[in-house]
Design a protein around this ligand. Structure first.
Ligand SMILES: [Zn+2]
Length: 89
């Protein structure tokens, strides 16, 4: 399992490097072929302009915090009153 995953990793890396070298070094004998080549069109095309469709944030209150007092109700039972601590030495 580990051996095959290592080989798959090396094959993927080598294919990626081969594709990068092939794309960067390819050439065309005439201009008509380079006009239809998708790599050349992207490489020599106009620079893309950055466009952003970020909406402006809207700040609105979605609710009001309502505090409510919580009072713990302590009750001492008769059994608890009869327990005392260990004697002091
Ligand atoms: Zn090309």
């Amino acid at each position: 399992m580990r051996f095959t995953s290592r080989w798959l990793t090396w094959i993927c890396l080598s294919l990626m490097l081969w594709a990068a070298v092939a794309e960067s070094t390819h050439s065309h004998p005439n201009k008509t072929e380079s006009a239809t080549c998708s790599i050349c069109v992207v490489a020599h095309g106009t620079t893309p302009t950055a466009s952003s469709n970020h909406a402006r944030p809207v700040f609105a209150a979605v609710g009001v915090l309502q505090e409510e007092e919580v009072i713990a109700k302590a009750r001492l039972g008769v059994f608890e009153l009869g327990i005392r601590g260990p004697p002091a030495v």
